[in-house]
Unconditional design. Sequence first.
Length: 158
Amino acid sequence: MGEARPALVETAEPLWFLGTLARVLVDGATTGGRFALIDVTLPKGAAPPLHSHPQDETFYVLEGEVTMWVDDLSRPCGAGTVAFAPGGHPHAWRVESDTARMLILSTPAGIEDYFRALAEPARWPWLQPPPDGPRVPAARIEEVERTLGVVRHGPPPE
């Protein structure tokens, strides 16, 4: 790990990431690789495939309702709920409310690299409209997942 440096973040650049709005609040470059913290706003129905990666991932629900899956556990989670997915363990979520907002903590850092590799700068700081087709070509997603050690275990849970 590199050297950590002090940071005070007031605003972070908004990114459109696969239909969500993400702000990388603190990244591995700032924390010496110790952790990264990302603020995400998600639309109803947003759900990644069941996946795993080397980093531990902790989710803190700020607003809305999501269903979280980690290994064989699943439960509805509202504001104030924390879910923890250890590195290498399959996990996913689905937004049940109109929108949801979560903080995602990556330990060590690394999840922010996935967000940045597949995102584009947001032209406005709120959710973008639904697309007519895929936002990012599947081959690009597969390449980034392979590079960063993300493993898909299946589609989003039902």
